[in-house]
Design a protein. Structure first.
Length: 757
């Protein structure tokens, strides 16, 4: 890597992770002879210690979560006890839930190797790709059903009468990749699983739950919040590990004063093409669908010049492809016809794509858990492997490049869900009421707020009370169909090509105002579209292809009003608050910026209604003597508060398992509810999902990391690596790097300690 053309000290850190020998353990009772033979045919002579412990725990009747690293053989922790029980009890049924269709296909193949379709255990996939003609046969005859949470929510539970025999005999529910179920998605899934438990009770079953997850700091707590039951936690990994070299690669600086660096995508294309030239089988992860296509194009362009025969051995992969195309690409990689893939996190989960020697991560994936999951896709056969994290130009990536110990020595994050979030729970209650009338006894599953929320739904005309039960109102039909469990908002805008009338895609309402306002340029499948109209009544945006030499940035005004204060605590010389706030955002206009120079080409106003939601926030006071000094020196207080807000929000994902888009913020020199200068950080979803609460708990550590991120950045007055934000509604104005540091240091430290920091 250091001998590559254009090398300029990009390799900032290499962590050499040693190999590890396996630890085996015997089961307390042997498996059935059929499974023993299947394991022998698969070349598995012994079970790792965590696999045996999990199987014994399931056989003892306990719910279990196995939280171990990637490639540790977690699948056998549920395959073996489930198949063993179904072999011995013909009335038993099992439901296996995976977050993606690709993972369902992969696991179906694994089960087929252990329990052939011609045997006593018939298993099938039931998801959106399942032909309608096959669905009745699966409902009636399959003993092991593989599905995803979306199909469980929309297809199985609302049609529970057709699934009566299956649910009556349901003995096991497997939830794989449980760390994926966090935030709004996890909060919905937690309620979907409670709906499943509720129906099983009505039909006379009480299934055990087996969860598998990447390593988390709160595995047991997360499992209990998802399912609502106690869990046994298994975290000791007995699998062998071939060792790994994990490199941090920082694109070189182009302009030190402005803090601009060489393109992350260009650096990743360089690494990917050179690894291919060395015949190293590689998976390159990117942040978006378009980025997967563009990285493939850039790698092919470089290979065309250096080794044309390899051009067609790299391909893009993403979840939006047709099922047959995804299967073909997976098969081509597994069987060696492809040497490399560029992929979104659709390949992050445990799909078996054969031997891979290297992974290239184009930008920090957003969490330590996801980073290890992506890096763990190479070296799955026990050989030593390589992983490279190529940094992006943002505060979090640059902080990790300067502080790799914050990644390699830090514990894993905590997964946050909030099943009681009323914006999630109320629509889920409607789904439950469709399946069976709600009663006060259901508060045991859905929480103590159920009667109050049911009364609100009744007042809004969605529920009716009859004989002490809440029934759906007559005009409410099939609510699950309209509820997207991957969003707190059930409302979407449809983007339509106004020439052909073809539907291009759907966009959440929360993003539509900033991305689909009239005059905006929207990127769809690597093609630019100019939005010509936004119809708020029909929730439709009309657009046409464009080759405009500019992109657009929305300008919006955000206001935060304090509704309640939950908790208060001192931090350094300041006070931090946690409470409920109302967040209102109004899109005021947009700027056109040149694609080549990024200069502002023009600005227009738009008129759109204000969007508001209630959520959870934390906010900080500024020490009075600091304010007095800044004002006396006529310094830019607003710019300092704004820069402090941006940098802190950029680093919060290092401590909470969330994405940058899951959080927002606002700063103001004088807040109307507090009468003081304030910096707010809030959950970006209505009702909150627990992210800000964790930020409140670790606020001192977050402030220390923010000081390091700003002070260590070599730019003169602020850049994307420290205080700029791509989401800023004020186009990163005003910002003051020096005042942000002054504020943060004065919050944490006494005057005598500030200069030493």
């Amino acid at each position: 890597m250091q001998s590559l053309p254009g090398y300029s000290d990009q390799l900032v850190h290499v962590q050499s992770i040693p190999d590890r020998e396996p630890t085996y353990r015997e089961l307390r009772q042997p498996l059935s002879a059929i499974l023993e033979r299947a394991l022998e045919q698969a070349g598995i002579g012994s079970l790792y210690s965590h696999q045996a412990e999990a199987i014994d725990t399931v056989r003892a009747g306990e719910n279990v979560i196995v939280s171990t690293p990637s490639a540790s053989g977690k699948s056998l922790c549920y395959h073996l006890p489930v198949l063993d029980a179904l072999t011995n009890d013909r009335s038993a049924r099992a439901l296996l839930m995976f977050p993606t269709k690709a993972l369902s296909q992969d696991q179906s193949r694994s089960i087929s190797r252990l329990a052939p379709r011609g045997g006593r255990i018939r298993h099938d996939i039931f998801d959106g790709d399942t032909p309608v003609a096959e669905r009745r046969r699966i409902r009636r005859g399959s003993r092991l059903v593989i599905t995803n949470p979306d199909m469980l929510h929309r297809g199985i539970l609302p049609n529970h009468q057709a699934w009566y025999d299956f649910l009556k005999g349901l003995r096991f529910v497997v939830v794989d990749e449980a760390h994926v179920y966090r935030g709004v998605f996890g909060s919905h899934v937690a309620n979907v699983l409670r709906r499943l438990r509720r129906l099983c009770r009505r039909f006379g079953s009480d299934p055990q739950f087996i969860l598998c997850s990447a390593t988390l700091a709160n595995s047991g707590e997360h499992a209990e919040r998802l399912v609502g039951l106690p869990f046994r936690v298994i975290t000791e990994d007995g699998a062998p590990f071939g060792g790994k070299d994990f490199a941090f690669w920082n694109p070189p600086m182009i302009d030190m004063a402005k803090g601009t660096r060489r393109s992350t995508s260009g650096e990743a294309a360089l690494l990917l093409s050179e690894l291919m030239r060395k015949r190293v089988r590689t998976l390159a992860f990117v942040k978006s669908r378009q980025a997967a296509e563009l990285l493939t194009i850039r790698a092919r362009e470089r290979l065309c010049e250096l080794e044309p025969d390899l051009m067609r051995q790299v391909a893009p992969y993403r979840a939006s492809y047709l099922p047959e195309d995804r299967r073909r690409i997976e098969r081509d990689l597994f069987e060696g016809r492809l040497m490399a893939l560029t992929t979104t996190n659709a390949m992050e989960l445990g799909i078996d794509v054969g031997d891979l020697d290297a992974t290239v991560l184009t930008g920090y994936p957003g969490s330590i858990a996801s980073t290890w999951q992506q890096a763990g896709r190479s070296g799955r056969r026990g050989d030593r492997a390589l992983s490279v994290l190529v940094a992006m130009d943002n505060p979090l990536d640059q902080f990790l490049m300067r502080h790799p110990e914050s990644f390699f020595e830090k514990g894993h994050e905590t997964a946050r869900t909030s099943s009681a979030n009323p914006y999630v729970l109320k629509p889920q209650m409607l789904c439950a009421a469709y399946e069976a009338p709600l009663t006060e006894a259901d508060a045991e599953l859905f929480g103590p707020d159920l009667p109050k929320l049911a009364a609100e739904l009744e007042s809004d005309g969605f529920l009716q009370t009859r004989r002490g039960q809440w029934h759906l109102a007559p005009d409410v039909t099939y609510p699950a169909q309209d509820i997207n469990i991957r969003s707190a908002s059930g409302s979407f805008f449809t983007l339509v090509d106004d020439r052909s009338g073809a539907v291009l895609e759907t966009v959440e309402e929360s993003a539509a105002y900033t991305q689909l306002h009239p005059g905006s340029v929207y990127l769809h499948q690597a093609e630019d579209y100019l939005v010509t109209e936004l119809d708020l009544e029909s929730h439709t945006a009309y657009a046409q292809p464009t080759d405009a030499p500019y992109y657009t940035q929305a300008r919006h005004l955000t206001e935060t009003r304090v509704l309640n204060i939950y908790r208060i605590k001192p931090v350094g010389r300041s006070t931090v608050y946690l409470g409920e706030v109302s967040v209102s955002t109004t899109v005021m206009g947009f700027r056109r910026r040149s694609r080549s120079t990024h200069e502002v080409l023009g600005e227009e106003m738009v008129s759109l209604p204000t969007q508001s939601y209630d959520t959870v926030a934390l906010w900080l006071d500024i020490p009075p003597d600091t304010l007095a000094a800044i004002r006396a020196e006529r310094q830019d207080l607003a710019g300092g508060l704004h820069a402090m807000e941006h940098a802190a929000i950029g680093l919060l994902p290092l401590f909470a398992l969330c994405d940058r888009n899951d959080i927002g913020g606002i700063s103001t020199p004088m807040h109307p509810d507090t009468g003081r200068p304030q910096v707010f950080i809030h959950d970006g979803h209505p009702g909150g999902v627990g992210i800000t609460e964790h930020g409140y708990d670790v606020i001192e550590t977050l402030c220390e990391a923010t000081i390091a991120a700003i002070s260590e950045c070599p730019c003169e007055s602020g850049c994307p690596s420290c205080i700029h934000s791509p989401k800023c509604g004020n186009n990163n104005q005003p910002l003051d790097k020096a005042i942000a540091l002054w504020l943060l240091r004065d919050i944490l430290y006494e005057p005598s300690c500030r200069e030493a920091v």
